[in-house]
Design a protein around this ligand. Structure first.
Ligand SMILES: [Zn+2]
Length: 313
């Protein structure tokens, strides 16, 4: 009985299988579409892999500023998705950040005159409750004026530090409200980032800032148009300390800075905020950088003095 059952079951499988095959074959011949799901996970996975090679790499420098000399390297990130063949008729601007800044050279600055024996120290991302005061003490001790590009969110957190920076004779500029990438922002967001910061600083020092440093050094055309119409000058940099990358390494900060510290240099530092950031590197480096440049005959000035432009509107 068991043997009969087994033979019967095998027979049924063969018959049903052949029946299905025969039905499919007849449908294909008749031009019908077989009702088979097109879902092929393996093919889909391959398509996914092949479908997203254009995804931009996450920035290795998120949280800090992109050095000027990296702007050329970042060209690919400034262009829209590379699907020119598929986007016929679509009006998207394909232009590098360097080319865009070239169009706005009346408001975008990277350095002063090449034969000017003056340099400007700039400090981004403050105020904070530790680093700014330590940097202020070093600048006071060496009688060096500097320019601080402040983040609006931090301005409202540490108002007394903002007042101290101004009271000690340094110039204050804007570094946006939230320190997000502004090359990806709409006009409305750009307006909020700029005006909220301007208003917060005005409430503390009674001045409308006219110097703007974009987070990561990046802006889009809308932001450049807005800043130009609003009486701002965009201040990038020509010498990068990379202090955010080597927060405890004073020697490295000195060598990074001095590499491009020449006539008319605008030098980028950070008032590194936050509990995980150590200020020992910049504390060790700053006095050495100041002494070295002074011994070479350089004078320290604020960015507005270096470029002969107003610091405030
Ligand atoms: Zn910054």
């Amino acid at each position: 009985m068991k043997k009969f059952l087994a033979v019967f079951l095998v027979g049924m499988v063969i018959v049903l299988g052949f029946g299905t095959y025969a039905k499919l074959a007849s449908m294909v011949e008749a031009g019908e579409k077989p009702d088979i799901s097109p879902h092929h996970p393996v093919e889909e996975a391959l398509a996914d892999e092949g479908g997203s090679p254009e995804s931009p790499e996450p920035s290795s420098e998120a949280g800090t500023d992109t050095p000027e000399h990296n702007i050329e390297d970042e060209k690919s990130k400034d262009t829209p998705p590379k699907k020119a063949d598929n986007t016929e008729g679509e009006k998207t601007e394909v232009i590098s950040l360097a080319e865009l800044y070239k169009e706005y050279e009346d408001i975008v600055f990277f350095k002063g005159h090449p034969d000017d024996k003056r340099v400007a120290l700039t400090f981004d991302d403050g105020p904070d409750e530790v680093a700014c005061e330590r940097i202020l003490a070093i600048l006071r001790e060496h009688n060096v004026p500097a320019t601080f590009f402040l983040v609006g969110e931090n301005v409202v957190k540490y108002p007394e530090v903002v007042k101290n920076i101004f009271a000690e004779g340094h110039v204050i500029g804007s570094h946006s409200w939230s320190h997000h990438y502004m090359d990806e922002m709409s006009w409305g967001s750009i307006e909020r980032e700029i005006h909220d910061t301007e208003n917060a600083i005005h409430g503390l020092i009674g001045k409308d800032v006219a110097l703007f440093r974009p987070p990561y050094g990046k802006l889009n055309r809308a932001a450049l148009e807005f800043l130009g119409q609003d009486g701002y000058k965009v201040i990038n940099w020509s010498s990068d300390s990379l202090d955010w990358k080597y927060p405890k390494n004073g020697n490295r900060i000195v060598s990074n800075t001095m590499r491009d510290a020449g006539d008319g240099a605008i030098m980028l530092f950070h008032s590194l905020a936050g509990p995980s950031k150590i200020t020992s590197g910049i504390e060790a480096a700053l006095p050495r950088i100041i002494s070295s440049l002074r011994s070479q005959g350089y004078e320290f000035v604020t960015v507005d003095q270096l470029l002969s432009i107003p610091a405030y509107k």
